[in-house]
Design a protein around this ligand. Structure first.
Ligand code: NIG
Ligand code: FE
Length: 409
C-alpha cells in the first residue's frame, strides 16, 4: 500500500454521510466534523475523522493553513458538454422576444448545434470537452455526466461517444457517458418511428459491444418524442441492460410517467411537473433532477424542488450545461440560486450536488467522504459552510482533490 497521506485540518469537514437518500433535509441534520482530516491512500479514503486523531496513521501530512471547509467533490449528473459551435444568436433572439418556432425557422435550436457538431472533428470535440470540464473542475466538480445527442446519426453519435471516452482518458474529471441519440428527430429522417428503429437496431448494439455508454436518455416532449413513441426504444434499451434516464416534463408533462414506468434512474427537468407528477416521482425510486441552468438560460420556471422534497422525493441538482438552454455551466452558482427561489436548506442544496447526484448516476463510491470512497473532495477558504451557497458560486475552491491528488491548487 502507498503511504497514507493525511489532509487537514479543516475547520469544518462535511462528510455528507448518514443523511437519507430521499425527502426534505434540515441543516440541523448536517453532520459536521470540526478540525477534521481525511486519510488517503491510492486514490481512496482510508479514514475520515478528527485531524489530530488520524495523525498516528499518517506517513505524510498535507497541511491546510487557516480556516477551510471541506466537502465531497461535486457531481454534475446532467450535462451536454460535448458539442461544436455556439448558440449565442438563439440567446439574443430569445431575449428579443422571438418564439421557439421563429428561432428554429431562423436556423437556431438543437438542430443548429447538430449541424455544428457534425462539422467538428472528434479531436475538436475532445478539446471542447476538456476545456469545459477544466472549468467545472476549478469550481469543485469532480464527476460530470456527458450526453451525446448532437450527432443524431449512427456515425455521428458514435463520434460523440468516442470523443467523451477519449476526453475521459485525458481529463482529471470523471466523465460518465450517456447516449442521447433520441434528442429530437433528425431533419434528414421523415419519421420518428423509423429513426428510433435505426438507433435501436444499429446504434445501441454498437454502443453495448464497445462499452461506450451504459445509460440511455431521451427527450420526451411534444417537439421531440411522445411517450408512446419512446416506449419501444426504452424497452429494448432496458432489455440490453442500459440504465434509463429521461428529459421529462420540461414544457409539457408525460415524461416523468414514462421514467417511473421504466424504473429510470432519474427524470430530469420537471419544470412543468404538477402535483400528480410530483407524487408519482416521490413514491418511486427515480431521482428527480432539477436543472436551474436551463431555467436561467431560457428565462423559464424552476423545477418545483421544494414540493418534490416535501413530497418525499430524491432531488439531484445538475447544470444541464449545453450551448442552447444552459450555456453558463456553473453548478454551484445555479444550485445556490435554485435554493433561493425554491427555499431549500443548505443541506438540501449540498446533498443535491453530492451524494444524491452520485445516486442519479448509480455511483456509490463518491458524493460522500467515507472509508472506501474515491478521494474526491473540494476545499473552500472559509470557516463556515453556510458561506458556500451564500456567495452563490463566487466563493471559489482553494483546492480540489481528485482520486487523492490535488488537481487545482
Ligand atoms: O436539456 N431539452 C432538451 N435538451 C437540452 C437542450 C439542448 C439544446 O437546446 O441544445 C436541455 O435543455
Ligand atoms: Fe439536458
Amino acid at each position: 500500500m502507498i503511504k497514507p497521506l493525511l489532509i487537514g485540518p479543516f475547520t469544518q469537514l462535511l462528510p455528507m454521510t448518514g443523511l437519507p437518500f430521499k425527502g426534505a433535509l434540515k441543516d440541523e441534520q448536517l453532520p459536521i466534523i470540526e478540525n477534521g482530516g481525511i486519510l488517503v491512500s491510492e486514490g481512496k479514503i482510508l479514514k475520515v475523522g478528527v485531524f489530530d486523531e488520524l495523525k498516528s496513521d499518517a506517513v505524510d501530512v498535507h497541511h491546510i493553513e487557516g480556516d477551510h471547509v471541506c466537502l465531497p467533490g461535486f457531481v454534475d449528473s446532467h450535462t451536454h458538454i460535448c458539442f461544436g459551435g455556439t448558440r449565442a444568436r438563439d440567446y439574443a433572439y430569445r431575449n428579443a422576444g422571438k418564439t421557439y418556432l421563429e428561432i428554429a425557422k431562423a436556423g437556431g435550436g438543437i438542430w443548429d448545434t447538430v449541424t455544428q457538431t457534425r462539422q467538428a472533428s472528434q479531436e475538436e470535440l475532445v478539446q471542447g470537452i476538456i476545456s469545459r470540464s477544466k472549468k467545472h473542475l476549478r469550481n469543485g466538480v469532480t464527476t460530470i455526466e456527458v450526453k451525446s445527442g448532437y450527432g443524431l446519426s449512427v456515425d455521428e453519435e458514435l463520434k460523440m461517444l468516442r470523443a467523451i471516452r477519449q476526453a475521459n482518458e485525458i481529463s482529471n474529471v470523471s466523465l460518465i457517458p450517456t447516449c442521447l441519440a433520441a434528442h429530437m428527430k433528425p431533419k434528414d429522417w421523415n419519421q420518428n418511428k423509423e429513426y428510433l428503429e435505426e438507433i435501436t437496431t444499429v446504434l445501441l448494439p454498437i454502443i453495448k459491444t464497445n462499452n461506450l455508454a451504459h445509460r440511455v436518455d431521451a427527450f420526451v416532449e411534444e417537439s421531440a418524442f411522445s411517450p408512446e413513441e419512446i416506449k419501444p426504444y426504452f424497452q429494448k434499451a432496458k432489455e440490453m441492460g442500459f440504465d434509463i434516464t429521461v428529459h421529462a416534463d420540461q414544457f409539457t408533462t408525460g415524461g416523468s410517467q414514462v421514467a417511473v414506468d421504466f424504473g429510470a434512474v432519474s427524470a430530469d427537468h420537471l419544470e412543468a411537473s404538477t402535483k400528480k407528477e410530483i407524487q408519482l416521482l416521490a413514491k418511486s425510486n427515480t431521482i428527480a433532477t432539477a436543472l436551474p441552468g436551463a431555467s436561467i438560460g431560457l428565462g423559464c420556471a424552476y423545477t418545483p424542488a421544494r414540493r418534490i422534497l416535501d413530497a418525499g422525493g430524491a432531488l439531484s441538482i445538475a447544470s444541464d450545461h449545453n450551448p442552447g438552454s444552459a450555456p453558463m455551466g456553473d453548478l454551484l452558482t445555479q444550485a445556490s440560486i435554485l435554493g433561493t427561489f425554491e427555499k431549500l436548506s443548505n443541506t438540501e442544496v449540498l446533498s443535491g450536488i453530492t451524494f444524491r447526484a452520485a445516486a442519479a448516476l448509480r455511483l456509490s463510491d463518491r458524493g460522500k467522504l467515507e472509508e472506501g470512497a474515491q478521494a474526491d473532495f473540494v476545499v473552500f477558504p472559509t470557516d463556515n459552510y453556510q458561506e458556500i451557497t451564500y456567495h452563490q458560486g463566487q466563493l471559489k475552491p482553494s483546492e480540489v482533490w481528485k482520486k487523492g491528488i490535488n488537481v487545482c491548487k
